[in-house]
Design a protein around this ligand. Structure first.
Ligand code: GLC
Length: 443
């Protein structure tokens, strides 16, 4: 983490520790009507968020991003997003409204302003051509111009971890860490600017507290080989067949996009060695890559008696025949090992941040389907964090609802308020926030 923060080592560091332009947390006085976008999980969502202090009304619609678009060109991706926004805006009768938009874009970005973020690499299932190195706000704004006639202006781009933190901090002042355990895994936290060697933005004149939210991008921990001592043959096989081999090593040991597949690889080997499902047919989906979903792990681990109702349901879905109760026990045991390893790794990362911040009482806002639906993840993490934090530090993991939508809207709200405090730019090409713009409300 220190390597990522330092100017001299940032370019070779695996954990990038990107400074966002979010400099302080919301205070509950944010108001207005906003569009928010959420791109980076299994679905793409468009949201209409109405903020009135602590009251929030959210309407949203989920759109599919077909795989051909996830692996197509950037233009196709942003045109698709713009089309969805266009439909949403006209369905909600908002075509004539000027709407500020907060964009939750959950990929590693080097931010140059609150509404200027260059993609540093794709992660999870995305690999769209022509986007790495580009400002994604500009790409989206151009697509909106091309494909719609809505009056939408992107005023903030945030990572999902940052959105989660913003959204929780809106109601809990002890919250200074955001964590995502979903399709991917990532964390952010509030850092003092004096520790951020990569922060190059002149802030002599501003009155923000000298701190900024850091998007750690810790999913890339291990990309330099430092986790080899604990990776297994299953981790290596999963990596070889992924679309980004060698990248996001820690994320691949933890998050929802991969956990089911690791379980499947273990079960496949046990079956091939005759230790499980003695008469399994190789046509079964158990032998197909990507067919054992992480939600199965959560379902299987929620079986608490000898009837194995969920486990049997999953095995039936995978067309495994003639399994025994002993097989069910083994399948569940494998799931518990792999999810516990994931929870412990995530806990190790969190404990590092908690120790670093060194505050007496700390709330960690958590979002993501893995954390939400897995029956033991929360408890396993708490157990391990307790072992790893400095004595006397108290912490609480708290589920954050709709961080992506609400967090993006809150960030957008704050940025607009800031803008209204400043003289409008005279150059019409500078219609968006300048690169010096940051968000601060609590100061
Ligand atoms: C991946 C992305 C990161 C995101 C996380 C959770 O790690 O690189 O930006 O926050 O997934 O969605």
């Amino acid at each position: 983490m220190n390597n990522g923060l330092k100017g001299q080592s940032h370019h070779v560091a695996d954990i990038k520790m990107f400074p966002t332009f979010v400099r302080s947390l919301p205070d509950g006085s944010e108001n207005g009507e906003f569009l928010a976008l959420d791109l980076g999980g299994t679905n793409f969502r468009v949201l209409l968020v109405r903020l009135q202090g602590h009251e929030i009304d959210i309407q949203s619609k989920t759109y599919l991003i077909p795989q051909r678009i996830m692996l197509g060109t950037g233009t196709q991706l942003f045109d698709h997003i713009a089309d969805c926004i266009g439909k949403f805006v006209s369905e909600h009768d908002l075509l004539n409204h000027s709407l500020p938009l907060g964009f939750t874009f959950s990929f590693p970005c080097q931010q140059e302003g609150l509404a200027k973020a260059r993609l540093s690499k794709w992660t999870k299932g995305f690999r769209c051509e022509g986007v790495v190195g580009e400002d994604i706000c500009e790409l989206l704004q151009e697509a909106l111009k091309r494909r719609t006639n809505c009056k939408v202006e992107i005023v903030a781009v945030v990572n999902d971890a940052v959105g989660t933190l913003m959204s929780a901090a809106h109601v809990d002042r002890n919250c200074e860490i955001g964590l995502i355990l979903g399709t991917g895994c990532n964390a952010c936290y509030m850092e003092y600017l004096d520790n951020v060697g990569t922060w190059k933005h002149d802030d002599e004149k501003d009155h923000h507290p000298r701190q900024v939210i850091i998007n750690t991008e810790w999913g890339a921990f291990g990309d330099n080989g430092c986790l080899e001592f604990t990776r297994t043959e299953y981790d290596r096989e999963l990596d070889t067949f992924s679309i980004n081999p060698g990248k996001q090593v820690m994320e691949k040991m933890i998050s929802g996009m991969y956990m089911g597949e690791i379980v499947r690889l273990v079960l496949e080997r046990l079956a091939n060695e005759g230790l499980l499902f003695r008469s399994v047919d190789h046509e079964s989906a158990l032998f197909e890559r990507g067919r054992f979903y992480t939600k199965y792990v959560s379902e299987i681990e929620s079986d608490t008696d000898e009837f194995f109702r969920h486990t049997k349901q999953v095995l039936d879905e995978l067309q495994v025949e003639n399994y025994t109760t002993e097989d069910c026990k083994i399948v569940k045991y494998v799931c518990t090992l792999i999810s516990a390893r994931a929870a412990f790794l995530a806990a190790a990362g969190l404990a590092t941040l908690i120790n670093r911040l060194n505050k007496q009482d700390m709330t960690i806002a958590v979002d993501g389907s893995l954390y939400r639906f897995h029956p033991r993840f929360h408890n396993l993490m708490c157990l391990k964090i307790k072992e790893l934090v400095k004595p006397g530090l108290k912490f609480k993991l708290s589920l954050s609802h709709d961080g992506s939508g609400k967090g993006a809207a809150l960030t957008a709200a704050v940025s607009l308020r800031l803008r209204s405090l400043k003289p409008l730019p005279t150059d019409s090409s500078q219609h968006s926030l300048t690169t010096q713009e940051t968000v601060s409300v609590r100061a």
